[in-house]
Design a protein around this ligand. Sequence first.
Ligand SMILES: Nc1ncnc2c1ncn2[C@@H]1O[C@H](COP(=O)(O)OP(=O)(O)OP(=O)(O)O)[C@@H](O)[C@H]1O
Ligand SMILES: [Mg+2]
Length: 248
Amino acid sequence: MLLEAKNVNKGFRNQSILKGIDLSVDTGEAAVILGPSGAGKTTLLRCLNFLETPDEGELIFNGKTYRMNRMSRKEIREYRLQTAFVFQSFNLFLNKTSLQNVTEGLIIARGMDKTTAEKKGMDALERVGLASHRDYYPHQLSGGQQQRVAIARALAADPKIIFFDEPTSALDPELTYEVLSVMRSLADDGMTMLIVTHEIEFARTVSNRIIFMENGVVVESGLTKDVFTHPQKVRTAEFLKIESGDRF
Ligand SMILES: Nc1ncnc2c1ncn2[C@@H]1O[C@H](COP(=O)(O)OP(=O)(O)OP(=O)(O)O)[C@@H](O)[C@H]1O
Ligand SMILES: [Mg+2]
C-alpha cells in the first residue's frame, strides 16, 4: 500500500466528526470516497494532508509511519512534498497566470530554477490541455479551465498521490465533463488518486476502490466492481441507488 491510515479520529469542540477511520490506497489506484453531506469526507481529506490536525491516528505513507496528531513541521513538509491537493474552489492565485500558478510551488517550495520549473509547468499544462492558455489569468478562464490549471499545478510537483475534494461541484455540467475527462486520463496513466466526489458514474467507471462513509465512520469499502454489484451493507445499497438517480 502507498497510503494506509488507521484509526483516524477528529472532533470539533465536543463533537466527534471522524470516528476511527481506516483506509488504504495502493499505488496506481483511483480511490473514491462517497457519502452523504456531513459524513466527514472533507474533514478526512484535510486530516490526510494535515490541513487539520487529527486527534488520533496513524499514517503509513510510502513505507514510513507517522503519528498523525504529533507531526513535526519537518515531517509535514516531507509528506507534503510527496502529495498534492485539488480543492473544490480551485485556490489559484488570481494575480498570476496559469503557468505562474503551476510553477510557483516548484520555485518557492522546492527551490527549482525557473527554466526547469517552466519546462515542467508546460508539460503539466499540456497534460490538462491548456498549454495554449499559459499566459491567461484565472478571470480569463472558465471554471473548468481554472480547475484544470489547479490539476496541472498538482501534477507538476510529481506527487505520489493527489487528493481531490469535490473537484467538480462548483462547475456546470459541461465544465464538469472536461475536468472529469482529465481525471479519467490521469487514472488511465496510473496516477494514484484519492477523490471525494458525488459523481457516481465517474466513481463507478473510473475508480477501482470505493470507500463509503457516513456519520464519521467507513460503512463499507472495497473494490468498485464489488461494491457496485454486491454491496455488503443495506445502507451502501440505498445510497448508491439514490445517488444514481433512482429515487423511486
Ligand atoms: N472547522 C470546523 N469546525 C466545526 N465543525 C466542523 C468544521 N469542519 C467541519 N465541521 C463539521 O464536521 C462535519 C463533517 O463535515 P465535512 O465537511 O467533513 O462533511 P462532508 O462529508 O465533506 O460533507 P459535504 O458532502 O457536504 O462536503 C459537519 O457536521 C461539519 O459541520
Ligand atoms: Mg465536503
